[in-house]
Design a protein around this ligand. Sequence first.
Ligand SMILES: Nc1ncnc2c1ncn2[C@@H]1O[C@H](COP(=O)(O)OP(=O)(O)OP(=O)(O)O)[C@@H](O)[C@H]1O
Ligand SMILES: [Mg+2]
Length: 439
Amino acid sequence: MSTTNNFPDFSPPPSGDGGSKAAAVIVSLIILAIIFVVSVVCAKKMKERIVSEIQSAVAPPLPTSHVIQPWEADTSTMEKFFIELVRERPVRFTAQQLCTFTQNYNEILGSGGFGKVYKGEFPNGLKIAVKVLNRGPNRSIEEQFMAEVGTIGRTHHINLVRLYGFCYDQFMSALVYEFMENGSLDKHLFSENQELQWEKLHEVAVGTAKGIAYLHEECQQRIIHYDIKPGNVLLDENFAPKVADFGLAKLSNRDDTHVSVTGYRGTPGYLAPEFMLKNFPITYKCDVYSFGILLFEIVGRRKNTRDCDDSESLDWFPKHVWEEFEKGELMGLIEGCGVEEKDRDKAERMAMVALWCAQDSPEARPPMSAVVKMLEGGVEIVPPPKPFHYLFSVGVGALKPMGVSGSGSGYTTSEGTNSNWYKETTPIMAKYDINVATL
Ligand SMILES: Nc1ncnc2c1ncn2[C@@H]1O[C@H](COP(=O)(O)OP(=O)(O)OP(=O)(O)O)[C@@H](O)[C@H]1O
Ligand SMILES: [Mg+2]
C-alpha cells in the first residue's frame, strides 16, 4: 500500500526555478525606472515648447524695415573676414552689412571728391571708416573694380591706411578702411591751436614720405597716388601718419573740387606743372611734386595759397621760400614761421627738400626714397636749382584752389600758353618736344 501526503509542500523549491523569478523582478524594476526617466524628460521638453510658443505669441511684431544690429551680423561673413584679414586680402561686404556696421550711416566723418566717409564698427568692436563712392555715368565695371580693390587691399605698409574690404553692387560702391583716430593732417596743420609739436610734424613728414616711397618703389606694381595733400594724410591715435586714398584714381568719378586732365585727377594747388601740358606723360614724379607742396605747408604751418585783392598776385608761400633761400636768408623766414630754435635745422632741411621736390622738371625731382633720406638727415642736401619757372607761363591762377579765383576753376591747361619754361629749363626732356610744340 502506498502512502499519500495531502499537506501542501512547504519545502524550499529547487534552486534553479527561484533564481529566474528574482531576475524577472529586477528587469521589471529597471524597465519601470527607464519609463519614469523618459516621461520626466518628455514632460520637461513639452513644457519648454509650450512656454516658448506662448512667449512668441505675445511678443510684439518685428518692424517691417528692420535695421540689423551689429550683433546680428552674419557670423560666417565675419569668420571669413578674419580669415581673409590674416591672408591679407580685402573682403567683399554686402550693402546691408555696411548699413549695419555704420548704424545706418549715422556718423559722417567728412566728404571729399570721391564721396562721403562714415564712421562704423565691426561686430567685434574694430572701428572702421566707410567711404561710399560717387558713381558717375561711366562707372568702372565690376571686374575692373575688383582688380583695383585687390591691388589696394594687398598693399600693406605701416604708413599706408589699410583697406579691409569693399562693397560693390547694383546701387553702391564703397570701401571699408581702418579708422584713423586723429583724422586728417590738414585739420591739425591749419587749426588755430597748433597742438602738434614740431618734432611730431617732422615725423609726420618722414612717415608720409616712406608711405609714398613704398607705393612708388617697393610695390609689385607701382602705384601713383595722384592726390597727395594734407587731407590725404591721416593720423592714428599716436599721430603716426598713414597715406590714404592711394589707388583710387581709377575707381570713381570725382566731383568738381578736383580736376581731371587727360584722364588724371588731382587737387589744384598740389598739381604738378606737367598736368598743364596737353598730352605730356605723367609719371610717379607728379606725387613727388605734390609732396613738396605739402612739405611747404608743414614748414609754414599755413596753407600755401592766400588770395590777394589783386587777382594777378598771390601770396604763395613756396615762392617766398625760394626767394629767401636765394638771398641766403632761409633761416630768417623759418624763424618768422614761429619754429623754435631747437627745431630750426630740421625745418631748414625740410624747406630745401621741398624746393627739390617742387622742381619743374619731373626728372629733376628726387625719388621718394631719396627724399626720405634727405629728411632724416642721412645725406647732405645739395642746394636746389630754381623752381617755379612755369608760373611765368601759366600764371598764378593755376595755384588757386577751386572757388578762390572767382572765375570758374581758376585752373588753365597750357593750351594757348607759352610752355618754353619747360624746354629751357630741362634740356634733358627735349625728347618730349613733339608734345610740347603742338600746344
Ligand atoms: N580712414 C579714416 N579714418 C578716419 N577719418 C577718415 C578716414 N578716411 C577719411 N576720413 C575723414 O573723412 C574726411 C574726408 O575724406 P575724403 O578722402 O573723402 O576727402 P579728402 O581727403 O578731403 O579729399 P579727396 O577726395 O581728395 O581724398 C577726411 O578729411 C577725414 O577727416
Ligand atoms: Mg581723402
